[in-house]
Design a protein around this ligand. Structure first.
Ligand code: CS2
Ligand code: MG
Length: 404
């Protein structure tokens, strides 16, 4: 079953997505997400210029061999651009394999390890009271797990909350350039424990509560936050510190039993090897599109399983429905699944990527269609051309550049 065609599709139905579409000589198509938010065209060009010529004529069924051919064959290993491009090829090959055999991809990955995939939704508000209301609304919509982010008094905007204008969370002052946020660790650390005390008191003990620090603290600051949140029993505290220094998590661990999650920006098992083997985290957030596809993500999950670490794949809206579908097949089949992030895509995005996954009762199911269960409407995609956009940048109150 040879690959006859490989097409890189860039579209922007509300935000930019890069999709790889492979077609075999007998007409089976497979899709892979290749979206790297804010750096999309680097991956599109890596695929178009460097991988497409290698794919034509290859046997689409040799998924493991192709992964190593692209990884080792590049000589230059790892990195988000390379690993996102490899992920796209790998995901598309799993899709083709499933369609060729007439089964959903999760059946190829060992079958169902559970009935459905518990997801967490997002809720945010300008202040504590508004955030508590937003979480209650999310629970009323059926979620059993909710990530809560709250505005910080004294700061004009905050990660996950923005300025309060719906649909314009990160709208830049100059179109096509990055927006700028302002940060104060002191002000942030004042409000977050108050938010979770209120959420627990109002919403009871059963709801899973999560929070994303978005890489902004130092280990000792994160340890203080983790300790102060202990009475409120978080499901996890996410990205408390930037994780390039994996051993930095040791210090947080020494001080708190609040569960820790990290890994959405990691591109390979080597970014989290120490975090996993030393049991410095509880959840690994690597996902299909940025960590080398289903083939590599399963390797990470298997290492994590040996060390009591569960999965909690990234699922923000900058990961396309192709990635979400693939993530659901992974989540359904891997033994040490923890939770899946879920932010519904915009109506335009859902129209461009018709899919079979469905939300009900706080969980998603990938559906029973052969392959991944997601397609792309290329004619519709072509009506949404690429539109350059950056992620925001962040500065402390004195102007020092900080992690966003
Ligand atoms: C976030 C993301 O969903 C999350 O946990 O950290 O929203 C992240 O900021 C974006 O995916 C970046 O592209
Ligand atoms: Mg995050």
């Amino acid at each position: 079953m040879k690959i006859a065609d490989a097409k890189v599709i860039v579209c922007s139905p509300g935000r930019n997505f890069v999709t790889l579409k492979l077609t075999t000589e007998d007409g089976i198509t497979g899709l892979g997400d290749a979206t790297l938010n804010g750096r999309e065209l680097a991956v599109a060009s890596y695929l178009q210029e460097h991988l497409v010529p290698l794919l034509i004529g290859r046997d689409a069924r040799r998924i493991e061999e192709t992964w190593h051919y692209l990884y080792k064959g590049a000589y230059w290993r790892r990195g988000p651009v390379t690993m996102t491009a490899i992920a796209a090829v790998d995901t598309a090959l799993w899709d083709i394999q499933g369609k060729g055999l007439g089964v959903p991809v999760y059946q190829l990955l060992g079958g169902r390890a559970r009935d459905s995939v518990m997801v967490y939704g997002h809720a945010n508000g300008q202040d504590v009271a508004a955030t508590v209301e937003a979480v209650a609304r999310t629970v009323a919509a059926g979620y059993r797990a909710v990530r809560a982010q709250c505005g910080v008094p004294g700061l004009p905007d905050t990660y996950g909350v923005g300025h309060g204008k719906p649909g314009a969370i990160y709208e830049p002052a100059v179109k096509g350039m990055p927006s700028e946020s302002v940060w104060s660790t002191e002000k942030y650390l004042e409000v977050v424990p108050k938010l979770f005390a209120k959420l627990r008191a109002e919403l009871g003990p059963d709801l899973h509560l999560l929070h994303d620090v978005h890489h902004r603290l130092t280990p000792i600051e994160a340890a203080r936050l983790g300790k102060e949140l202990e009475p409120h029993h978080l499901f996890w505290l996410e990205d408390p510190v930037p994780a390039e220094l994996q051993e930095g998590f040791r210090l947080i661990r020494q001080h708190t039993v609040t569960p820790l999650a990290t890994g959405e920006v990691f591109s390979s098992i080597y970014d989290c090897q120490q975090l996993i083997t030393e049991q410095l985290i509880d959840y690994i957030r690597t996902t299909v599109v940025h960590a080398g596809g289903l083939t590599h993500l399963r390797r990470i999950a298997h290492l994590a399983e040996l060390h009591h670490v569960r999965t909690g794949a990234h699922g923000a809206t900058d990961l396309s429905p192709v990635c979400l579908a693939a993530a659901l097949h992974f989540d359904l089949s891997v033994h040490n699944f923890g939770i899946q992030e879920y932010m519904p895509h915009s109506a335009e995005t859902d129209r461009v990527f018709p899919h079979g996954y469905r939300f009900s009762d706080g969980a998603l199911h990938p559906g029973e269609a052969p392959g991944l269960g997601v397609e792309i409407d290329e004619a519709l995609a072509a009506t949404f051309p690429y539109d350059r956009a950056y992620l925001p940048t962040n500065r402390k109150l004195d102007g020092t550049v900080h992690s966003w």
